[in-house]
Design a binder for this molecule. Structure first.
Ligand SMILES: NC(=O)c1ccc[n+]([C@@H]2O[C@H](COP(=O)([O-])OP(=O)(O)OC[C@H]3O[C@@H](n4cnc5c(N)ncnc54)[C@H](O)[C@@H]3O)[C@@H](O)[C@H]2O)c1
Ligand SMILES: CC(C)[C@H](C(=O)O)[C@@H](O)C(=O)O
Length: 406
């Protein structure tokens, strides 16, 4: 439940995130009040959208909170705080993760991130920046500062989207897997520390993280079909040899979970050959990042995959697995469902609000059942719509009057 994952506020003193002060307008706080009863559950959510516009620049309807999302849950109240990060923060403050943004994130119950690249139609604007001034570094710094170490990426082929998969129907149908990996948050501060630290300290830190991740993941695997495939490159890489040893040792404490091992090159092939053989995959950051992008296409599109970054305590970070899609920026073509499903993961894993999470997932399914599709998941016989329209349709489906139709 939420209590075990609640916020862990510590004063923030790191020098690495110091920046110009944010302009007053940069932070927008919106409260959606569903009820004033004493039993109300209150959550503060930090929103980190790709595009950060000062409140005065928003159109009137954008300033008005949409109450439909919580009308059905009369005991939940959300306070949303929108802050800049990544490209938007670079434009505003000169750094990708301003101190104010990090503080707001740490003080919230959960964080929902859109994309890190800002609202940039001028593709790859920050490509030549030094590492500490790249939008991606803001994300790595944020993950590191929040101490999130496990990234969960579920990839399921929805019955409504079987035709959108790039694989044959009989191969894609029924796929339901989860890729989990250790986040190696090598932000600027981590990198600096890493060269200073003794190798042995670093190694034991990584091992501790691995143990924590595996414990979490083995519990996840238990809740699923109980099959865990550890993906590594233990035939070549020393780090992978160590990984495999540890995985075997830890997994021996979970005899009800069936553990298998696979080399990453084989795993990449098996994912398109027979993805149904996988239940849960556990691996490292780089392999997990690549395999989850591959898995997304089995489900129809990278625009469908949400993710959760979790730590032992403190707020979790929830985001779609895709990036800022610069090739389609500003064209109303992006699929927002991965972000919407990330909000569902936020409710489920971040706040323990499973019913509210289910409602969002059901609304997504209902929207697909009604035939709405963005270009990336379009198949014949459906209604081709843009990003905004499909988002509005999901909101309509959240309306309590809409019957649940899975
Ligand atoms: N977690 C993150 O914030 C994250 C993840 C990946 C990439 N990035 C960043 O995003 C930027 C662009 O990277 P990239 O082009 O390699 O990856 P990308 O995920 O932005 O785009 C890859 C391809 O997928 C498509 N795509 C992505 N999201 C989509 C959506 N919602 N709907 C429909 N199509 C979608 C794009 O149009 C593009 O063809 C880079 O700066 C990268 O570092 C950020
Ligand atoms: C943008 C980048 C820092 C990030 C990563 O490598 O972790 C991304 O690829 C992801 O999938 O979240």
């Amino acid at each position: 439940m939420a209590a075990s994952l609640r916020l862990n506020v510590r004063p923030f003193t790191s020098q690495h995130f110091q920046s110009k002060s944010l302009p007053k307008l940069a932070s927008k706080v919106t409260t959606i009040r569903c009820s004033a009863t004493p039993s109300v559950r209150r959550y503060t959510i930090t929103l980190l959208p790709a595009r950060h516009r000062p409140r005065s620049h928003l159109r009137r309807q954008e300033r008005t909170p949409d109450h439909r999302l919580c009308r059905r849950y009369t005991r939940i109240e959300f306070g949303f705080k929108e802050m800049p990060m990544g490209g938007a923060a670079l434009d505003l403050t000169g750094v990708p993760l301003p101190e104010e943004t990090l503080l707001a994130a740490k003080q919230s119950d959960a964080i929902l991130l859109g994309a890190i690249e800002g609202n940039c139609t001028c593709t790859y604007k920050w490509d030549t920046n030094e590492k500490h001034l790249k939008p991606e570094t803001g994300l790595l710094q944020l993950r590191e500062a929040l101490k999130v170490f496990a990234n969960l990426r579920p990839a399921s082929v929805l019955p409504q989207l079987v035709d959108a998969s790039t694989l044959k129907k009989e191969v894609a149908e029924g796929v339901d897997l989860m890729v989990v990996f250790i986040l190696e948050n090598q932000g600027v501060s981590a990198q600096t520390r890493m060269v200073r630290r003794l190798v042995s300290t670093l190694r034991s830190m990584l091992l501790m993280r691995l143990i924590e991740l595996l414990a979490l993941h083995l519990r996840t695997a238990r809740k699923r079909r109980g099959k865990l495939c550890s993906v590594d490159k233990a035939n070549v890489l020393e780090a992978s040899m160590l990984w495999r040893k540890r995985v075997m040792a830890i997994a021996s404490e979970y005899p009800d979970v069936e553990l298998t091992h696979m080399y990453v090159d084989n795993a990449a092939m098996q994912l398109v050959r027979n993805p149904k053989q996988f239940d849960t995959i556990v691996t490292n950051n780089i392999f997990g990042d690549i395999l989850s992008d591959e898995a997304s296409m089995i489900t129809g599109s990278i625009g469908m995959l949400p993710s959760a970054s979790l730590g032992k305590e403190g707020p979790g970070l929830f985001e779609p697995i895709h990036g800022s899609a610069p090739d389609i920026a500003g064209q109303d073509k992006a699929n927002p469902l991965a972000t919407i499903l990330s909000a569902a993961m936020l409710l489920k894993y971040g706040l323990g609000e499973e019913k509210a999470a289910q409602r969002i997932e059901t609304a997504v399914l209902d929207t697909l059942n009604r035939g709405f599709r963005t270009r990336d998941i379009y198949s014949e016989g459906n209604k081709l719509v843009g990003c905004k329209e499909i988002g509005q349709e999901v909101v309509k489906s959240i309306d309590p009057k809409v019957p649940i139709a899975i």
